[in-house]
Design a protein around this ligand. Structure first.
Ligand code: NAD
Length: 501
């Protein structure tokens, strides 16, 4: 743990966790929160939940910083955003190590995610001075122009599975659009988000532009939604919490973007390149121990190849090295926390009761401490609980289908609509399937690639709004339409306009 304390001291000037507010750490005074090591279940750190009084301090700091930020030339904001990317790159080693320790991702995966976050800030740096308005060719004598203005302060709430990734994904575009941010990371993984807050300031952003609150969602999270001077809530997390948050925000007429869970269908036709489809199916579900919102957790396989294909996935799954996240020979680490571990074990038990066949994987792993789950392949049908509910672990349910229509019907027989994929060598079929599956992201002969430049978000219970690409910049703006009369003899009317005919 000494390395963790040194890293925190270097960047945050503290060896304990508090909230990053107006450029310094404010210790909480609430309930004790424990960060548990998922490998051996020992306590790594204890810290106190943020005090609700913090909301007022943040409001003041964020408001002042946002006005300063918005008053800067857009080009200067862009340069600072780019510099944030540079600061992240400089600290990639330390950030990657802490992220691996907190999320239990293997070190290499965690480090790779840090660099992706640097790229997010670099990408939105380029947008800062290109977010310009439009002139609308209205059919009256007016000049009508549209301006995009910053909203003010945005509250962003992120989950534990990809703490730093989701923080960057949320914060970078909100800043590019000229806003201040209150970031409330999961109470289980706050450290790299706090480090991000410090690096943003080191890059030259005004103090208080990004404030990071360390604490529980049901306490300080709810206080912020109910009391903070915010103009929007952007939430990444579970559907249940998302609904709860949207309800609380609606009471204040505050809009939300919700990025929620999924149960994505990964469809394999008999005519696909089956070796690539098998590798794709593995990457789709087992990366990050299956704790990814876009996981291909339903593997739909054409009947004629079902047994052989599923056996090949099961064989490959058994070769995945499950181990300590900081050991070089681990492909996946333990799942993040006790609650998640118990949930996965419970879902596996339900699967067994409902008749799902275990093709690979046994859990719990009897001889091992920690929250380790073996990569598991189940064979079942789409009505089973394990095929309908999010498991959020290294568990895939293989389901046979007859033909194209059947595959599409099964893919869409879900409350979710976050992502999906099809594997086939028939180009026309690939596009037909992509067209008909109700999901915000869809891959053809590929899986899991996302990029900050492309819009990301869900259909149905997977959420609403988009959190990347150009689309998200619109989410973070107020839109103003300005009408300028240009006629020397304007017409005045009791109606809404003066259009003839
Ligand atoms: P969660 O919903 O429990 O928590 C997410 C955030 O909400 C955390 O910051 C938490 O502290 C806060 N929170 C929890 N209860 C709250 C309450 N009552 N009021 C206010 N805030 C509250 O989610 P999780 O368990 O941390 O993450 C796993 C979930 O996140 C999965 O469902 C996964 O699919 C989803 N996820 C979605 C995406 C996406 O982009 N769609 C990305 C990553 C994770």
């Amino acid at each position: 743990m000494e390395k963790l304390f040194t890293t925190m001291l270097d960047l945050l000037h503290t060896d304990t966790i508090g909230s990053w507010v107006n450029g310094q750490i404010e210790l909480g005074s609430g309930e004790l929160i424990e960060l548990i090591n998922a490998d051996d279940e020992t306590v790594m750190l204890r810290y106190q939940d943020a005090d609700p009084a913090i909301a007022a301090t943040i409001d003041e700091a964020a408001q002042r910083a946002q006005q300063e930020w918005w008053a800067m030339p857009a080009k200067t904001r862009g340069r600072i955003l780019y510099q944030i990317g540079t600061e992240i790159r400089k600290e990639a080693e330390a950030l990657g190590w802490v992220e691996s320790l907190s999320t239990n991702k293997p070190l290499n995966n965690a480090k790779a995610e840090i660099l992706i976050v640097a790229e997010m800030f670099e990408y939105y740096a380029g947008w800062a001075d290109k977010l310009h308005g439009e002139v609308i060719p209205v059919p009256t004598t007016h000049l009508n122009y549209v301006k995009y203005e910053a909203m003010g302060t945005i509250l962003q709430m992120t989950p534990w599975n990809a703490a730093f990734f989701t923080a960057g994904w949320q914060v970078a575009p909100a800043l590019a659009a000229g806003n201040a941010v209150i970031l409330k990371p999961s109470e289980l993984t706050p450290i790299t988000s706090l480090m991000l807050g410090a690096l943003i300031e080191r890059a030259g952003a005004p103090k208080g532009l990004v404030n990071v609150v360390a604490g529980y969602g049901h306490t300080i999270g709810q206080t912020l939604i109910a009391k903070a001077n915010i103009r929007k809530v952007c939430f990444v997390g579970s559907p249940k919490t998302g609904a709860h948050i949207a309800t609380a925000a609606a009471k204040r007429c505050i809009p939300c973007v919700l990025e929620l869970g999924g149960k994505s269908a990964n469809i394999v036709f008999a005519d696909a390149n089956l070796d690539q489809a098998m590798k794709g199916a593995m990457a789709a579900i087992f990366g990050g121990s299956g704790q990814s919102c876009v996981s291909g957790s339903r593997l739909l396989v054409q009947e004629s190849i079902f047994e052989k294909f599923v056996a090949s996935v099961a064989k490959a799954a058994q070769q995945i090295r499950v181990g300590h996240p900081q050991h070089a020979d681990s492909d996946i680490g333990p799942v993040n926390n006790r609650k998640q571990y118990d949930h996965i074990c419970n879902m596996l038990a339900i699967g067994e009761q409902e008749g799902a066949k275990v093709v690979a994987g046994t859990t719990p792993i009897p001889e091992r401490d920690g929250f380790y789950i073996n990569p598991t392949v189940l064979a079942g049908n789409n009505q089973m609980t394990v095929a309908q509910e999010e498991i959020f672990g290294p568990v895939v349910v293989a389901i046979p289908f007859k033909d194209e229509a059947d595959a599409i019907a099964l893919a869409n027989d879900s409350q979710f609509g976050l992502a999906g994929a099809v594997w086939t060598n028939d180009v026309a079929r690939a596009h037909r399937v992509a067209d008909q599956v109700k999901a915000g992201t869809f891959w053809i002969n590929s899986y899991k690639t996302i990029h900050v430049s492309s819009p990301f978000g869900g259909y149905r219970n997977s959420g609403y709004g988009r959190s990347s690409g150009l689309e998200v910049l619109r989410e973070y703006c107020e839109v103003k339409s300005v009408w300028v009369e240009t006629s020397a003899q304007p017409a005045f009317s009791f109606n809404y306009g003066t259009v003839e005919g």
